[in-house]
Design a protein around this ligand. Structure first.
Ligand code: ADP
Length: 220
């Protein structure tokens, strides 16, 4: 029977994206079974990851032998070969893995992954490209967009708001954004409360529509 409490995650394809993903999952205390068909990649990552095996992930039988069917989650991180990515997702579907995450490199690729049964399709290149574009053209230090025109950003406190408390700063001066978190120099981020007085190097976490967030960032 499948161990549905298992926190193990299968990562297939240890290219540039997959290796970072696998390392991050390990840092989050998850057991990772990493699979790549290239002996060089397996060799390269065997010192960094606990379980790295060489196998062709498009082969359902090979995945089955490795115990992949016992896992609750698998990520197909293969990008360059659409064929290998799609066939791997298909093999995982056949094995009945309940949560299959797959990386798409184009809209068509995403559609195919979706139609063969991937449960979550991710676009790392597209998402990173869009995010970095926002950082380059604005003064935001970090930016996450959630769809439906909602975003959260990290920005430096605008000069015009320095020496004032959050309570004194009205919605209009905040471009309509809500200040969620504040970090004063040398301190950690904390939830925003009306009594916090902004300093010259205060950092803020703000939320609002993309336009509001961009507008506020432009003040800083
Ligand atoms: P990135 O852009 O993240 O570097 P790539 O698509 O170039 O991604 O690399 C994906 C990785 O997936 C490579 O290390 C490659 O060896 C591996 N890979 C490709 N096809 C298969 C397959 N059929 N089975 C297992 N691993 C594969």
């Amino acid at each position: 029977a499948r161990n549905t409490d298992s926190n193990g995650i299968v990562v297939i394809g240890l290219g540039r994206f997959g290796c970072h993903l696998a390392s991050a999952l390990v840092a989050l205390d998850h057991e990772v079974l990493a699979i790549d068909h290239s002996p060089e990649q397996v060799q390269r990552w065997s010192n960094h990851l606990e379980r790295v095996v060489q196998a062709d992930a498009t082969e359902e039988g090979a995945l089955h032998q490795l115990g992949v069917a016992e896992f609750r989650r698998a990520v197909v991180a293969i990008g360059a070969s659409v064929e290998a990515s799609v066939l791997t997702v298909l093999a995982l579907v056949e094995l009945g893995v309940p949560q299959i995450w797959a990386r798409a490199t184009s809209d068509k690729h995403a559609k195919i992954l979706d139609s063969v049964g991937a449960h979550h399709v991710i676009f790392p290149e597209a998402e990173t490209g869009e995010r970095v574009a926002h950082l380059i053209v604005s003064k935001m230090l970090d930016f996450v967009e959630f769809g439906d025109d909602f975003a959260i950003a990290k920005v430096r406190a605008p000069g015009t708001l320095v020496d004032r408390t959050l309570g004194e700063i009205g919605p209009a001066q905040r471009c309509g954004v809500r200040v969620v978190g504040v970090k004063l120099p040398g301190e950690r981020f904390r939830y925003a409360t009306d009594d916090i007085r902004l300093g010259r190097d205060s950092m803020l976490v703000i939320e609002g529509t993309i336009e509001q967030v961009q507008g506020f960032a432009a003040l800083s």
